[in-house]
Design a binder for this molecule. Structure first.
Ligand SMILES: Cc1cc2nc3c(=O)[nH]c(=O)nc-3n(C[C@H](O)[C@H](O)[C@H](O)COP(=O)(O)OP(=O)(O)OC[C@H]3O[C@@H](n4cnc5c(N)ncnc54)[C@H](O)[C@@H]3O)c2cc1C
Length: 267
């Protein structure tokens, strides 16, 4: 490790001010992406701003038709929350299948979403449910948030404060996990609300994306058969040592069918 300045602010304003006055600062949440990147010399911030002292980033609450999760909430807290399990159980299940116990006890929902790893699980829930992302400056719609691989709509120094998930009638998440890391080779999140269906896919492409053809077929007829013959274009899919682009394209439909089957069981 090399030298850096360490800060532990207690408010969002303080954190943003430190960021603005630093040469090349980085926020620290669970550290499960940032610290390995620093150890590998892929990142070398001059200033680390630990968000752990900011209480307004914590907590899980229900607000009329939304479930609100603070950015600093770790994956284990989400997985074991009775409120999450009763209001949007698919999010609790998603969190319980992230990495291993160590990762779930340190990694945070805000860190995962702000980092926008192409194989991360939460982006599928954010986009699939059409969540609203509250920052220290504004509210961003899920459809506008994920820009590209490791790139989001967050501006320089902007802090993700909480995520507001609309409560769906039904939802489910299915992924094929990488056997070592548990990141999604492909993960599909489906949500239905008032007859409209959203399908978001992670792991398959450089960034999480919606699948309009699956959405329109499922909106017409919510059944496994309705998407049986859908083929997704493999041209834009990731192609790497874990899975070819064609395999990923096929997995998208397989995982979508499993998610639909789960949702039909729930009803
Ligand atoms: C071995 C291993 C296995 C894993 N398996 C999975 C898996 O199966 N599925 C999965 O989805 N993830 C997986 N992860 C990732 C893990 O879930 C972490 O949540 C993720 O790395 C980032 O969260 P963090 O809290 O650790 O963020 P950090 O590492 O602290 O930060 C990551 C980035 O986000 C920025 N940031 C953090 N919080 C905020 C905020 N509130 N506002 C603005 N910017 C912010 C930081 O500045 C940094 O750039 C795995 C990680 C490891 C090490």
């Amino acid at each position: 490790m090399y030298d850096f300045n360490y800060h532990r602010p207690t408010s969002l304003d303080q954190a943003f001010e430190i960021f603005s006055n630093s040469e090349d600062a980085s926020y620290l949440a669970g550290g499960h992406t940032l610290l390995p990147s620093m150890k590998q010399r892929l990142a070398a911030p001059t200033d680390i701003i630990d968000l752990g002292g900011i209480s307004s980033l914590e907590g899980i609450k229900s607000e009329s038709d939304e479930l609100v999760i603070g950015a600093l909430t770790n994956h284990d807290e989400v997985a074991t929350s009775a409120l999450v399990s009763s209001e949007i159980p698919s999010i609790a299940k998603l969190a319980s299948n992230i990495g291993d116990a160590q990762v779930r006890n340190r990694g945070t929902i805000g860190g995962s979403i702000a980092n926008s790893d192409p194989a991360a699980d939460y982006p599928a829930a954010v986009l699939g449910l059409g969540a609203r992302l509250v920052t220290n400056k504004r509210v961003i719609k899920a459809d506008d948030f994920f820009v590209d691989m490791f790139e989001t709509a967050l501006e320089e120094g902007e802090i993700l404060q909480e995520i507001k998930f609309p409560k769906p009638d039904k939802s489910a998440y299915q992924k094929l996990p990488n056997p070592a890391s548990r990141y999604a080779v492909v993960g599909v999140f489906i949500a239905s609300r008032n007859g409209s269906v959203r399908v978001a896919i992670t792991g398959a492409a450089p960034s999480v994306f919606r699948a309009p053809e699956l959405e329109s077929r499922l909106s017409e007829s919510f059944s496994v058969e309705a998407i049986e013959n859908v083929t997704l274009e493999s041209e834009l899919m990731n192609d790497d040592m874990h899975a070819s682009a064609a395999y990923r394209a096929s997995l998208c439909v397989v995982m979508a069918k499993r998610a639909v089957a789960d949702m039909l069981k729930i009803s």
